[in-house]
Design a protein around this ligand. Structure first.
Ligand SMILES: [Zn+2]
Length: 158
């Protein structure tokens, strides 16, 4: 049997660290642990849970078969949740001040908006494309749509 794994677990940890330092310095002091899980009972690619001292990101092994870019975007979404965690957290207030997040927006969309503002919109598109090959496209409650991301990317470029 041939198993194609594009991102190994140790590579994943390496990418996760670089992404944290480069794009999410505001949460780089947080304690974030990774747990790799596998199986059909896990109906997510990644999920973030709060722990006593920090956060735990569960990574379902299927996402490791996506491209590195798509993997990064999926992880950026989880990091964005951590940044936005806590209504009055300093990072969130700063993002709000800069107009990067809107107070009345649902959390999933806020997280995606933050990713685009941080310059990772292209990677987010790559993730959507790979995701939509297998599953139904995200609806507007689950995050930004591809159309919205494209619009934001144009706005940023122009
Ligand atoms: Zn989310």
């Amino acid at each position: 049997m041939l198993i194609l794994v594009f991102v190994t677990q140790s590579q994943a940890i390496h990418i996760a660290h670089s992404l944290l330092v480069d794009s999410f310095p505001e949460i780089s002091h947080r304690r974030i642990r990774f747990l790799f899980v596998e199986g059909s009972q896990f109906d997510f690619y990644m999920a973030t849970a709060k722990t006593l001292f920090g956060y735990r990101i569960e990574v379902e092994s299927e996402i490791l078969q996506f491209s590195e870019e798509a993997f990064s975007a999926c992880l950026a979404h989880e990091y964005a949740h951590i940044t936005l965690d806590g209504k009055s957290s300093f990072p969130k207030r700063l993002m709000w001040f800069l107009g990067w997040v809107q107070e009345d927006m649902e959390e999933e969309r806020q997280a995606d908006l933050l990713i685009v503002q941080k310059g990772l919109g292209k990677s987010l598109m790559a993730f959507h494309r790979q995701h939509d090959k297998k599953y139904e496209a995200f609806n507007k409650k689950e995050g930004l749509s591809k159309k919205e991301i494209r619009k934001l990317l144009k706005k940023k470029a122009g």
